[in-house]
Design a protein around this ligand. Structure first.
Ligand code: PLP
Length: 405
């Protein structure tokens, strides 16, 4: 197809041209004396992205799923009891991974579309008098439902219960796009992947660890091979990796972190918030609902849009792909056919999103869903203009002037 493909799944996201260029270069010797400058710079500049000065980032050739395993096998030991909240497909898969690794996982299940229930966590931890629960597992931004949870409330719940459990937070679709406060929330392991807010291709699992988690990792025990933190920490201390790192992705990460520094992280987060508001304005104008149960849960990186009863979201997604070269996210697990997802994270701006919203409108209409073409696009346009201080009055006078000429 001619023109640009419109990639609006919530990961992998659009890779900026300058990141692509940074990756398109010859390989280097990862054991040379020049290499540590790259490693140490990356580990240093990842810290603010996680909201930490004390946490220790590590970079594995992996994905978010591998990042879960890094946290689990290093800070816990097989048979340990874990408490996990399930509120969507990714929290479900986090539990599944932990179970397959031999952990005894107790779950708190809430309807998909809900956030992490801090009160239920507190209640369960209060009842755990012997402190058998080793860690609490939550997903900051549930990509399947477009729900962002209050991790500060989870920390407060653990503290209120006076429980020593470690706190593991999946930040795969939030880190780099939504403020993540590793230090304030006293997170023990935060997990990110390269292909979302970090604007890179898939292939890196990036995990940030607390002193407590690092201490546990240094203890013997457990079956750990590739994801063993001990050789990684030892090599990283001198700026190296214990094996051949994913060099191209590291070059790309260097460029992406430079882009964050240039835009300023607060501006990156504000841009995501502004763009998400416009998408939500469009969805409301279409008369459709979000999967998120309440406005305060609505994610700034992905919107999961529920199609009307009797409609099949898979058809909307397929029409968007085949007719308009637009990729939308599908409904995962029990949401298959019920929702389509618009990713609005990473290297994206207003006009890119207006194109995507226009494509969604055409695909909804083509699938027989009643929407007024242009209505959602206009709602987003109005919201974004207002966010820059433009008033509706200015729109009207511009229209009058245009009409008069
Ligand atoms: N956690 C969340 C919240 C995700 O959105 C994803 C992937 O979309 C994952 C974990 C799994 O990451 P990966 O596909 O990189 O293994």
């Amino acid at each position: 197809m001619a023109g640009r493909h419109f990639l609006f799944v919530p990961g992998p996201t659009n890779v900026p041209d300058r990141v692509l260029r940074a990756m398109a270069r010859p390989m280097v010797d990862h054991r040379s004396s020049a290499f540590p400058a790259l490693t140490t710079g990356l580990l240093r500049d990842l810290r603010p992205v996680f909201g930490t000065t004390a946490g220790q980032p590590v970079i594995f050739a992996a994905t978010g799923t591998g990042g879960w395993e890094v946290a689990l096998v290093n800070a816990c030991r097989p048979g340990d009891r874990l408490l996990a909240v399930r509120n969507g497909q990714f929290s479900h898969l986090f539990v599944d991974a932990a179970q397959r690794l031999g952990f005894d996982v107790e779950t708190i299940d809430v309807p998909w579309g809900e956030g992490v229930p801090a009160d239920a966590i507190e209640q369960r931890l209060r009842a755990d008098g012997g402190a058998a629960i080793r860690a609490v597992l939550v997903v900051h931004n549930e990509t399947a439902t477009g729900v962002t949870s209050d991790i500060g409330a989870v920390r407060a719940a653990i503290d209120a219960a006076g429980h020593p459990a470690l706190l593991f937070v999946d930040g795969v679709s939030s880190v780099g796009s939504i403020p993540f406060r590793f230090d304030d929330w006293r997170v023990d392991a935060a997990i990110a992947g390269s292909q979302k807010g970090l604007m890179l291709p898939p292939g890196l699992g990036i995990v940030c660890l607390s002193e407590r988690a690092l201490g546990a990792a240094l203890e013997p025990g457990g079956a750990r091979g590739f994801f063993d933190l001990r050789p990684m920490l030892q090599a990283n201390a001198d700026g190296y990796f214990p094996y051949t790192p994913a060099l191209s992705l590291l070059f790309g990460l260097r460029e992406a972190l430079d882009m964050f520094a240039e835009e300023g992280l607060p501006n990156v987060f504000a841009r995501h918030a502004r763009l998400a508001s416009g998408v939500r304005a469009a969805v409301a104008e279409w008369g459709l609902a979000l999967c998120a149960a309440r406005p305060e849960l609505e994610s700034n990186t992905v919107s999961a849009v529920v199609v009307p009863d009797g409609a099949d979201a898979r058809r909307v997604i397929d029409l968007a792909f085949r007719r308009y070269d637009l990729s939308l996210g599908g409904g995962l697990g029990r949401l298959a056919g019920r929702v389509f997802r618009i990713g609005h994270l990473g290297d994206v701006n207003e006009l890119m999103l207006l194109g995507a919203l226009a494509g969604v409108e055409m695909s909804l209409a083509d699938a027989g869903i009643d929407v007024t073409l242009g209505s959602g696009v206009a709602a987003a346009q109005r919201l974004w203009r207002r966010s820059y201080g433009a008033t509706d009055g200015a729109i009207e006078s511009a229209a009058i002037t245009a009409g008069a000429s």
